[in-house]
Design a protein around this ligand. Structure first.
Ligand code: PLP
Length: 432
């Protein structure tokens, strides 16, 4: 396994942000959209495997992987070599209009990885939201039905179609109405609500094109549904001719210890939405569907950049590494981290609530006190902030959850270092 170029991490040798970062951030803030959620004043200069270096030479341990994107770590030499090689041959020629080999190779690879026996086809995109848009359109096209069902707490992206399915945070939807009509949000993890309430009172099941579901809810709080949820959802879809669309944008490509999270439940979806970890850092997404479902006509959907050959080469290299070693590593280091987080919970019962997740997709709730288990959002923000000043990068999700989604190449030593540091941060913060 290649190691980070600078092995001493974390290494913080200036006040944060340092003078160069301060200047760069002030410059950036004059020109960029205020909608970005940049709470941490980190300006990244370079990164290698699980280490991120800022403009002032401070080094951080990365438990975020750029929101579960850098699956094989930052700038993995094999991924970079594939990108360099392809960049010298062909950057772009629009895969919707002409053929190129890397795109065909990746499509064939994704069809082989499909979690089921059905023959499949691939439509390439540039992002998670675009993969969801493509699935939304295909579901309506294929079924001739208009309604769709999504889950409360779900995050599917921010374009109009994807946003209409998103049910995570009110700030993401406020001021953007009207959204795409006929989307119903229902409680996550509970099929009986759809069966007994929705289908009996408000939504005729034979008007529903698709149910969109994350196999492990990400933005909503890293929530693992009950094991029977997806098999029951599959059954419900089959009874009514509804397509089951799995959003594996965050949970895919080895993150949960299996190539796709849905494999934990033994269920074959009809459509799979992919992005994030697919190319370990280059923008790329894909919507993979059963061949019998992807029956739209020539011209029905397309994309200028989707399936860019450089991104496809990065994806091929990245998937190879995940299959060879990082999926297993995600499982092993994930188990190690989960056990350590449980221990931390025992040590801080008044501040840490539930700990959950699969592989390297782990969440830990921060609570106000043991008795009420009330989510403590402000405390969660302070812990994430303190961790940054100590050299550990973390992200939140849900109401007051800390998420752990490091690169899948993280070593046990790096995981231990980061969690010791976090333990120290919680200890200090909770004494105050
Ligand atoms: N679906 C899920 C499960 C996600 O986690 C995300 C992004 O966080 C998206 C879709 C949207 O992806 P993108 O930001 O690439 O549009």
């Amino acid at each position: 396994m290649p190691r980070a170029k600078n092995s001493t991490v974390p290494y913080i040798h200036t006040a944060l942000p340092g003078p160069l970062a301060k200047k760069a951030i002030a410059f950036d803030r004059r020109f960029t959209s205020p909608s970005y959620t940049r709470y941490i004043p980190l300006c990244v200069k370079s990164a290698s495997m699980c280490t991120v270096e800022d403009l002032d030479g401070n080094r951080f341990l990365d438990f975020t992987a750029g929101i579960a994107v850098n699956a094989c770590g930052h700038c993995h030499p094999e991924v970079v070599a594939a990108i360099r090689d392809q960049a010298g041959k062909l950057l772009h020629m629009c895969g919707s209009d002409y053929y190129n080999q890397p795109q065909a190779d990746l499509a064939s690879r994704l069809c082989k990885l499909w979690p089921g026996k059905s023959p499949t086809r691939v439509f390439f995109t540039n992002s998670g939201a675009e993969s969801i848009e493509a699935a939304f359109k295909l579901a309506r096209y294929h079924t001739g039905r208009q309604r769709v069902i999504a889950f409360l707490g779900a995050f599917h992206g921010r374009t109009f179609g994807a946003l209409s399915l998103t049910g995570s945070r009110i700030t993401q939807r406020a001021h953007f109405a009207p959204l795409v009509p006929e989307v119903e949000h229902v409680p996550y993890g509970d099929v009986s609500y759809i069966r007994e309430q929705l289908f009996k009172r408000t939504v005729p099941p034979d008007e529903v094109a698709a149910i969109f579901a994350e196999p492990l809810q990400g933005e909503g709080g890293y929530i693992v549904p009950p094991m029977k949820f997806f098999p029951e959802l599959r059954k419900l879809c089959d009874e009514h001719g509804i397509l089951l669309v799995c959003d594996e944008v965050q949970s895919g490509f080895g993150r949960t210890g299996k190539m796709f999270c849905i494999e934990h439940y033994g269920v074959e979806p009809d459509i799979l939405c992919l992005a994030k970890g697919i190319a370990s850092g280059l923008p790329l997404g894909a919507m993979v569907a059963k061949e019998s479902v992807m029956n739209w006509k020539q011209g029905a959907h397309g994309s200028t950049f989707g399936g860019n050959p450089v991104s496809c080469r990065a994806a091929l290299a990245s998937i190879g590494l995940i299959e060879r070693e990082y999926m297993q590593n995600a499982k092993e280091v994930g188990e190690f981290m989960r056990a350590r987080l449980w221990k931390m919970r025992e040590e801080h019962p008044n501040h840490i609530g539930d700990v959950r997740g699969l592989g390297l997709m782990l969440g830990m709730d921060i609570i106000a006190d043991k008795k009420s288990q009330r989510p403590a959002k402000a405390l969660r923000e302070k812990i994430i902030d303190d961790a940054y000043y100590a050299g550990l990068l973390l992200l939140g999700c849900g109401e007051a959850t800390i998420r752990f989604c490091p690169p899948l190449c993280i070593t046990r030593e790096e995981a231990a270092t980061g969690l010791e540091l976090l333990d120290g941060v919680i200890r200090k913060r909770c004494k105050k």
